[in-house]
Design a protein around this ligand. Sequence first.
Ligand SMILES: *Cc1c(COP(=O)(O)O)cnc(C)c1O
Length: 356
Amino acid sequence: MMTPDQLIRPEILALSAYHVPPASGMVKLDAMENPFPLPEVLREDLGRLAHDAALNRYPDPSGAALKEILRESMQVPAGADIMLGNGSDEIIQILAMGLARPGAVLLGVEPSFVMYRMIAAFAGMRYVGVPLKADFKLDLPLVLETIAREKPALTFIACPNNPTGNLFPKAAIDAILDASPGVVVVDEAYHAFAGSTFMGEIPARPNLLVMRTLSKIGLAALRLGFVAGASAWLSQFEKLRLPYNINSLTQALAAQVLGQPAVLDEQARAILDERSRVMAALAALPGFEPFPSDANFILFRVADGPAVFERIKARKVLIKNLNGAHPLLANCLRVTIGTREENVAFLAALGESLND
Ligand SMILES: *Cc1c(COP(=O)(O)O)cnc(C)c1O
């Protein structure tokens, strides 16, 4: 009998699994979740929807009603198609599977969202990462040079970028779109905290796909993302989408919440207020270098980042240690913006840890 080492693809053997640390009993500020619960009345509506759901039946395979609501609430332009995913992670996987001709390249900037690289390996695409500059700005000449050399079939630009938090200039993304022979995905997971978008460019850009998720705005548990773009592309990718990938509860509950857009909008505004407070507090701490953020998290650098991470973890505050994830992220930590109380707890733990 053969062993896993002999049969599993070498690029999979080389991966380490996506790690989710245990967070029970912690102030959880590591995963860009919205910290606020939904209002009680809305939760009662959701309870009724769950009660009435026909769990014995398969879901609506197309998610037609939910797509209509997404179109409106996310301002998807007329003429653009939508494909739904079980989180935007699944959409990344579908795009990579569809474009993975032998030798095809998936291009990303680095550091950025780690799933681009992992999913390139899952799907058998060759991953090419173009480093950002030391201040996490786009090195546009290097990106354009790499596109000319590698001719990527698929390029991901997260805007705002994770884990750095910054937006890239529109002109730079326009130049990437102009130069790219393949599909360019602008991943707008943090759109609600940024206020700029490529959604409106879709009709003028046949190779542009814009991806969004509900995970960072308050519905992480439902696992719902979508991509918008030309039907010439999406009708092909639809063939790779597993039937019923969006379950009935997700379809019903997401539609209900999105039908009352003021709820999530107001929560996003509260997160932005808190972001300014946390940013100011971090900037005032001696030795701390927070980077500008257009997202619901802040990346910061501090001497001996891993030790600071462990000291605040010992005080039951969980953030993300990015030291070692990429050379540009040496001593960098990332904190998700929480409620007022959670942010106060984080800053207090940070303050105390300086005296350890
Ligand atoms: C969180 C995140 C995603 C994935 O979100 P899902 O929960 O799978 O929808 C995609 N892109 C970026 C940049 C992210 O930070």
